[in-house]
Design a binder for this molecule. Structure first.
Ligand code: DGJ
Length: 719
């Protein structure tokens, strides 16, 4: 049992594999954060609970003669606003008299052996060794009760949290802030790490020293966004990839969110994450409840790579659905954009035959009268001018060439110039009396309305039921504006999950690739439904080094999609070797974003080799440890490796960015091998001990040109 209740000291001890989280109940009233860090054996946990008087920090009435007790200085697990604590609250609840103060006091606890699911939202599965602590707090005046859930994964260093707010009173209240987690760390000696970006430049790593006051990441786009991924981490000042403490938090949610850190006057650090409280208000009538999404908290005492391994294993084991086949695809977007017809596709797919590619994905432009991005979203009816034999005609082309068929949709959108809009203008999110606001010439369907969600399900089902498809690319190319109510944003996300839940249950064998102009909605909740996501609209191999490296901090390579595209690259104009493009794309779910007709015979041979190699690598990627060996951020190269769980099979990828004339000796050191085993380079047959590869490294060759890519495959052999 990973949850121990120390009766005498009124302390809950949550033990992971190498970590401990201690929660106190001060004076049987206030639920406090006592400790989070390396695993502890502790004799007197109450020793960690300290109070000291501080000027300007108010005391509750029951402590009139004990000024040292103040919510402003107690480290707390569920701080509220306006009743003593001036720091950021985790919860605010507006009452009919206008007050937003609640005085939440400890009521009871329960230890559950099953991990509870969250209504209407994805959450992580139990891995078979999970225990849950539920702590209930109560505000006497309003009878609002709050359940704090802590799910402890006993064999990992992972705690997931969420909170349920229940209105047990008789009057309506309004929830205006409800974080999924909040906790206070005992000091502020940290750097702050976030994943920042924009369209075509997602999830770049940014690290800054943590300062006093509030540091915040947020999305107000009803999307987890290209700009700031719902992930943040605190690192000790000396933390690197391989050593030092890290606290990483990731929200299982696809809409507007916030992650806040506050360093206070006593140099303690409060961390919280949840749905964005900006433009948010959720009414709770008597006996109603509100559930927050789940947040995942990972602790590592051994640097960033160890944190990533925890996230990767957890998501592979407990988030992603495992039964899907992840095919090698060829996608026609960069090959044709909107300019295709059946004849062209016949040639394109025909040229893919025999290359080892498994699925053809027909991208945007197959429906309505969509020859550009100005119309037809919502009209999921095949364009017979382009495809006279309908979608089944394309499916038949795929079949005759030994490929499966996949199809692009952008289900959440509506164009003004569409039959759907002409019939149902009210389906678009809009503000009464104001002109529409366009982004990529399109508007968003109001998924907060069930009938709109049901329309989407029916329109997609009508297509899926009438053509053999095994794969869907689900795109989302604008963010949401004109939020006409403070509930719209969250209701939209719930509507989206309802659609995805319905469709994935109805068509369990159709794999959905997520996409939002690339990686604009790369979050764990989307991954629950769409187990792989088009990582970025930037397909340039060099820019992808940064994007994939940053993404790998949290998300396993099994969730990313990488394609080899043509050169000059369509986004950057850069020319990189075909081999390098393959190495980068093969480190994710692999495919091609080009017309195979344009390939030279030599390139076709390379494609055959790549798909052959990838079929072996794919099996490994899904059961491996991913190591970052060299960072492209601030460097001139990037290296990473996949090491099978039994440490016997190893792929190492290396890309040098700009070349130099110097003849340097550059040794690349590997990680995660067995020091005493003998590893053989599959290509050269040369043998090494694991300790040599890890401590002395492999000597990299002189690079012949810019953007040189190298791939090594080692296997353990018996001596
Ligand atoms: C954005 C996606 O990221 C692209 O791959 C492509 O599907 C286009 N949308 C199509 O409109």
């Amino acid at each position: 049992m990973a949850i121990i209740y120390h009766v005498k000291s009124n302390v809950f001890q949550l033990d992971g594999k190498n970590s401990t989280y201690l929660i106190g109940v001060y004076d049987n009233k206030f639920v406090t954060s006592l400790y989070y860090g390396k695993k502890l054996e502790i004799l007197k946990p109450e020793r960690l609970s300290v109070i000291r008087e501080l000027g300007f920090s108010p005391s509750p009435n029951d402590y009139f003669y004990q000024r040292s007790v103040s919510l402003d200085t107690l480290p707390q697990e569920c701080p509220s606003f306006g009743y003593g604590d001036f720091r950021i609250p985790a919860i605010t609840i507006e009452q009919n008299d206008g007050s937003r103060c609640v005085d939440l006091r400890y009521k009871s606890y329960e230890i559950l052996s099953e991990k509870p699911q969250i209504t209407g939202m994805p959450s992580l599965r139990d891995d078979g060794n999970c225990d849950t602590l539920k702590i209930t707090l109560k505000d006497e005046l309003t009878s609002v009760e709050v359940d704090l859930y802590y799910n402890v994964y006993n064999d990992r260093d992972v705690i997931t949290r969420h909170m349920v707010i229940r209105n047990e009173g008789n009057e309506e209240v309004r929830v205006t802030k409800a974080m999924s987690c909040s906790f206070d760390l005992r000091d502020n000696n940290f750097n702050f790490l976030q994943l920042v970006g924009t369209h075509c430049e997602e999830r770049h790593i940014e690290t800054t020293p943590l300062r006093h006051g509030i540091t915040k990441i947020e999305s107000r786009r009803t999307s987890s966004s290209h700009m700031l991924n719902p992930f943040m981490a605190l690192l000790r000042k000396d933390t690197t990839e391989d050593v030092g403490e890290v606290y990483g938090i990731n929200l299982v949610y696809s809409g507007s969110y916030e992650g806040c850190i506050e360093v206070d006057q006593r140099h303690t650090t409060r961390l919280q994450m949840g749905i964005s409280s900006f433009d948010f208000e959720w009414p709770l009538k008597a006996k109603e409840q509100f559930e927050t999404p789940e947040v995942v908290m990972v602790y590592s005492a051994n640097g960033l790579n160890a944190m990533s391994l925890q996230f990767h294993d957890l998501y592979n084991d407990c988030l992603l659905k495992k039964h899907y086949h992840h095919p090698i695809v060829v996608n026609n977007w960069e090959a044709t954009y909107f300019g295709f017809d059946e004849e062209k596709l016949d040639k394109l797919v025909g040229a893919a035959k025999g290359l080892g590619i498994e699925t053809f994905v027909l991208d945007d432009g197959w429906f309505g009268k969509r020859n550009n991005d100005e119309c037809s979203l919502g009209d999921w009816i095949v364009n017979k001018d382009k495809l006279p034999n309908g979608l089944q005609g394309v499916a038949d082309i795929c079949k005759k060439n030994g490929l499966k068929f996949g199809l692009w949709f952008e289900p959440e959108m509506i164009s003004i110039d569409s039959d759907l809009y002409r019939a149902h203008p009210d389906y678009a999110i809009a503000l009464k009396g104001r002109e529409h606001l366009h982004s990529r010439c399109q508007m968003v369907l109001d998924l907060s309305r069930k009938e709109v969600c049901d329309y989407v399900i029916k329109a997609m089902s009508d297509v899926i039921d009438n053509v053999d498809i095994s794969y869907i690319k689900w795109d989302f190319n604008r963010n949401i504006t004109e939020t006409y109510s403070k509930q719209l944003s969250h209701k939209y996300v719930l509507g989206l999950y309802y659609i995805l839940e319905t469709l994935t249950s109805k068509y369990p064998n159709i794999m959905i690739e997520g996409c939002s102009g690339g990686g604009g909605r790369f979050d764990p909740a989307m991954l629950y439904y769409t187990p792989q996501i088009w990582t970025s609209d930037d397909s340039d191999a060099i820019e992808r080094l940064f994007i994939q490296y940053g993404t790998s901090l949290v998300y396993p390579p099994t969730t990313m999609v990488g394609h080899v595209s043509v050169t000059p690259n369509h986004q950057t104009g850069r020319v990189t070797p075909f081999k390098t493009r393959g190495i980068v794309a093969m480190s994710a779910n692999f495919g091609y974003e080009l017309n195979p007709q344009v390939l030279s015979e030599q390139e076709r041979e390379l494609v055959r080799q790549q798909t052959h190699e990838y079929k072996h690598l794919r099996k490994l990627i899904y059961k491996s440890d991913f190591y970052r060996l060299r960072s492209p951020f601030g460097g001139n190269d990037c290296a990473w490796s996949f090491v099978s769980k039994n440490k016997n099979d190893v792929y190492v990828m290396y890309v040098r960015i700009l070349n130099a004339a110097t003849n340097e000796f550059d040794w690349l050191k590997l990680k995660g091998l067995h020091p005493n085993r003998i590893y053989q380079n599959v290509e050269t047959k040369e043998k090494f001990t694991g300790s040599e590869l890890m401590n002395a490294g492999i000597l990299l060759p002189r690079h012949p040109y810019d953007f040189n890519g190298l791939m090594y495959h080692f296997k353990v052999v018996k001596e």
